[in-house]
Design a protein around this ligand. Structure first.
Ligand SMILES: [Zn+2]
Length: 196
């Protein structure tokens, strides 16, 4: 069985033909099951990408962030560290997963008071306006469109982009470990940033 984060369908089921079928052909031929957990694995309080990313950066979540329709999938909390220290922690984390960190403009001597995390494509019009409403000054995401980095200083926000892939490796690893311990079966993590 494969445990994956991104599912095959977004916005309704689609026929498995052409390249979609090719993606699954080997698995179907070899009778390998696929379990995909996307938003539930972003939001899970102990196995989820966002809670685990916070802890990997030395941050303790105390609330929810990144509402998607009616459900918050991210986390937020408070801190008193220089933002540059959180950037350094994010850089170390990203590099462990073959990526790197980019940030919006980072003023010298800046301190983080309130942070929010949304893994994957976490910088969007919705998360920027939610961050502003909540008084969040540091937003940690996987990636986002170019304009979010341009707009961030106008909102007195620093956005830390730690990589879509890197920020979404944590949940599947934690779930793999959980399934392994629960059912006493071996597991391994296939580190494959480009999907090859
Ligand atoms: Zn993603």
């Amino acid at each position: 069985m494969l445990i994956v984060h991104h599912g095959l369908f977004w916005g309704g089921a689609q026929r498995l033909v052409g390249h979609r079928y090719e993606r699954l052909r080997l698995l179907l031929e070899r009778d390998v099951a696929v379990y995909a957990s996307h938003l539930p694995l972003d939001r899970h309080p102990t196995l989820g990408n966002n809670a685990l990313l916070a802890r990997a950066l030395g941050l303790e979540p105390t609330g929810e962030f990144a509402r998607y329709e009616s459900i918050a999938i991210g986390v937020r909390g408070e801190d008193t560290r220089p933002t540059a220290q959180i950037v350094d922690a994010a850089r170390t984390f990203a590099r462990q997963h073959g990526g790197d960190v980019h940030t919006s403009a980072l003023p010298r001597g800046r301190v983080t008071r309130r942070w929010g995390i949304c893994s994957g494509a976490g910088a969007s019009a919705e998360t920027l306006s939610e961050a502003t409403a909540l008084g969040i000054d540091t937003l940690i995401v996987g990636e986002g469109p170019h304009w979010t980095a341009v707009e961030a200083p106008e909102l007195e926000l620093v956005i830390i982009y730690a990589g879509h892939y890197a920020t979404e490796t944590l949940g599947v690893r934690a779930l793999g470990e959980h399934v392994s311990q629960t059912f006493d079966i071996p597991w391994t993590f296939v580190d494959d940033p480009t999907g090859t």
